[in-house]
Design a protein around this ligand. Structure first.
Ligand code: ATP
Length: 249
């Protein structure tokens, strides 16, 4: 049985539909990449899993339980943690305080000691007393991942972790995330930076206009260059404008 199973899932922002009968299955301890162009529905898929999308329909099962009707909090308490694209660091709190708040807010799973986070992210220990607002983009991303990890997630959702980061910082992040995925955690990662995601993952799903376009192993994807060109090539522009009218976020 898969840890997470989506079958025929639709998602809506107000009246506009963003996902159309999406299927997705993720096994325990797997690392799965969700790929697709801008606006394809990657973030919406993650928000459908965490329950923050406006409306979702279809079958969503996590750890053998139907979670399609559960609240955001109830889903989080079951060990599903999102690292959002915009990071949401508390700017006027220190690194340590940001981590402590995440630790203390943890329900449903046993939080990990802050020292373990510093072992994975030594840079954060150095920055212990720095304010969130004084961190670089890369440091904020590390903190954002650490805030999710301190809550001992069973399923970690990483939404475009490399967004806006300089290439040298992306390398650091890659190293840290390789360490993270080697631990006992299941991961779904969305990325525009395809190579970054492929290096980390075992399987991939390609989403196009809110629907499944392709799924398979990373080896298959690499062996089939046409796929990347067809579905992910840059310069294809924004996808479907059908979802942009409602704007009820
Ligand atoms: P990106 O890489 O740009 O984040 P994505 O693949 O994550 O792209 P989504 O953000 O999931 O794509 O967007 C899927 C569709 O839903 C798009 O058409 C988008 O315009 C629409 N959409 C996303 N968020 C909202 C919202 N809050 N209100 C209305 N429509 C939305």
């Amino acid at each position: 049985m898969s840890l997470l199973e989506l079958e025929g899932v639709d998602a809506y922002y107000g009246a506009s539909q963003a996902l159309f009968g999406l299927d997705l299955a993720v096994e325990q301890n797997e690392v799965v990449a969700l790929l697709g162009r801008n606006g394809a529905g990657k973030t919406t898929t993650l928000r459908t899993i965490t329950g923050t999308v406006g409306r979702r329909e279809g079958h969503i099962e996590y750890d053998g339980e139907d979670i399609s009707g559960l609240s955001v909090e109830a889903i989080s308490n079951r060990g599903v943690k999102l690292v959002p694209e915009d990071r949401r660091i508390f700017p006027t709190l220190t690194v340590r305080e940001n981590l402590l708040i995440a630790r203390d807010a943890c329900k449903g799973t046993d939080p990990r000691p802050i020292e373990e986070m510093y072992e994975v992210f030594p840079k954060l220990e150095e920055l212990n007393q720095s304010l969130g607002q004084n961190l670089s983009g890369g440091e904020q991303q590390m903190l954002s991942v650490a805030r999710a990890l301190i809550q001992s997630p069973d399923l970690l959702l990483l939404d475009e972790p490399t967004e806006g980061l300089a290439p040298v910082i992306v390398e650091d992040l890659s190293e840290v995330l390789h360490e993270v995925v080697s631990q006992d955690v299941t991961v779904i990662i969305t990325e525009q930076n395809v190579e970054f995601a492929l290096e980390l993952s075992e399987r991939a799903y390609i989403i196009q206009k809110g629907s499944n376009a392709w799924e398979g192993s990373i080896e298959e994807l690499r062996a089939n260059e046409g796929l990347l060109d067809q579905y992910l090539s840059v310069g294809g522009g924004e996808e479907g404008t059908e979802g942009e009218a409602a704007g009820d976020d």
